[in-house]
Write a protein that binds this ligand. Structure first.
Ligand SMILES: *Cc1c(COP(=O)(O)O)cnc(C)c1O
Length: 434
């Protein structure tokens, strides 16, 4: 069976973010439960990245499966134009109740990139409604990742992901990442751009606190606080992409909570619906009120899908009932101390941790590095799925992982890095410490 699936895959499946014709054999996963994926032979793998950052509540949560099953028997799909239904209406109200203050309206899409596209269009149309139609440019950070559609990829700051697609992307204002050792310079630069060009700038996009795809890069909450003030003072919208960071990933419900701020627009996805393609853009009442009487010419066919909405409501209910945010705190400390310990390994350049994410760099090669993939192979032998970002090895496990499972995952990371770099240390060239 396993070999047959692999043969069909090799002959016909084109994999995402993977070299065509890559000969690395994919895992053949048959089922998943909790923090584990199980392959066709019944072997278990700890899901070190929550299946591309989506399974915040682990796999097969019985309440999510029940919500899906029950909703599927009532209403699996209908359009949301000229129609509403209980899951969409209640979910919007429940989201607004837990969102940062002022975010009162919810626009549904079916993936995170779509949620960013909506934010781009809302921002443009908001300024048209405010009689400032020349405000039509966007600011984003170096290293940003906001999705794969043309609009969202235009905001992206990871060149590897963009360079083939230049002809279908638009120009944005790219500002420096506020690294700890260059914070003041980075903030001064963005402040100068925004003050100088406020008449043509519609909004600033940020992944709050943590850039995921750039290599799990963390920055200070002070940047968000000062950026909020800067945007308000200059009539520029602040748009938070919480597709990855939302729903407790950084240890708080929203990453913007670390700074105590509320954005004007906020995008959610991934753990938001956990197991179905669904995402949303939240807008402030100020934006909604200004746009009354206008039409947003946008809406994916499956937007507001009742199955997705019912599951997303249950996700929020589980966060409440199972005290997920309180539950993660000991695990946040566990990840932080493990990566602190790994920072002392001779082959590790640097480490960082925030909430339920820990990361280490094995070289400065970035996305093109090969050591991360060697760690992946070692971790796979030891029972963990640890897809790296080039030479950045990271964990981003389900928030519901048990303390014991997390200890095992962290040990596998440490051992795998050790085995890979032990050999490499006799050949020091790619591993120069900074
Ligand atoms: C994954 C991600 C997106 C895109 O979401 P998709 O559902 O893959 O389209 C956007 N922004 C951030 C920060 C993400 O991590």
């Amino acid at each position: 069976m396993r070999d047959e699936i692999l043969a069909l895959d090799r002959a016909h499946v084109w994999h995402p973010y993977t070299q065509a014709g890559d000969h690395r054999e994919p895992l053949v996963i048959r089922s998943a439960r909790g923090s584990h994926l199980f392959d066709q032979d019944g072997r278990a793998y700890l899901d070190g990245n929550s299946s591309w950052w989506t399974a915040g509540l682990g796999h097969g949560h019985p309440r999510l499966l029940r919500a899906l099953r029950e909703q599927s028997e009532i209403l699996a799909h209908c359009a949301l134009a000229g129609i509403t239904h209980e899951p969409a209406a209640r979910l919007a109200a429940e989201l607004a109740a837990v969102a940062p203050r002022g975010l009162s309206h919810v626009f549904y899409t079916d993936n995170g990139s779509g949620a960013i596209e909506v934010a781009l269009r809302l921002a443009l149309q908001f300024w048209q409604a405010e009689r400032a139609p020349q405000k039509q440019r966007f600011v984003s950070l170096e290293g940003a990742f906001h999705g794969d559609t043309s609009g969202s990829a235009s905001l992206g700051g990871v060149d590897t992901f963009r360079h083939a697609y230049g002809p279908i992307l638009f120009e944005t204002i790219r500002v420096d990442f506020p690294a700890a050792d260059a914070f003041d310079r980075a903030f001064a630069a963005v402040a100068e751009r925004i003050r100088g060009e406020r008449d043509s700038i519609a909004g600033v996009f940020v992944e709050p606190m943590l850039q995921g795809a750039a290599g799990m890069r963390v920055y200070d909450a002070r940047y968000l606080k000062e950026l909020r003030a800067l945007c308000s003072a200059n009539d520029v919208l602040l748009i938070a992409d919480e597709v990855f960071t939302g729903y407790g990933r950084t240890g708080r419900m929203w990453a913007v909570d670390h700074a105590g701020i509320a954005p004007d627009l906020m995008c959610v996805g991934k753990t938001f619906s956990s197991l179905l393609p669904m995402a949303a853009t939240l807008a402030s009442s100020h934006i909604f009120d200004a746009m009354k009487g206008t039409t947003l010419y946008y809406g994916h066919t499956f937007c507001g899908n009742p199955l997705g909405a019912a599951v997303a409501r249950e996700v929020l209910a589980i966060f409440r009932d199972e005290h997920i945010l309180a539950q993660v705190q000991p695990k946040v400390a566990q990840i932080a101390s493990a990566f602190e310990r790994m920072s002392k390994m001779p082959a590790v350049l640097r480490t960082r941790a925030l909430g339920m994410v820990g990361a280490l760099d094995l070289s400065a090669a970035g996305y093109g590095g090969k050591l991360g993939w060697q760690v992946y192979d070692e971790a796979r032998k030891r029972g963990a799925y640890l897809r790296p970002l080039g030479d950045t090895v990271y964990v981003c496990p389900p928030l519901t992982i048990t303390v014991d499972e997390l200890a095992t995952l962290l040990t596998i990371v440490e051992e795998s890095v050790h085995v890979v770099t032990e050999g490499a240390q006799t050949n020091p060239s790619p591993l120069n410490r900074e």
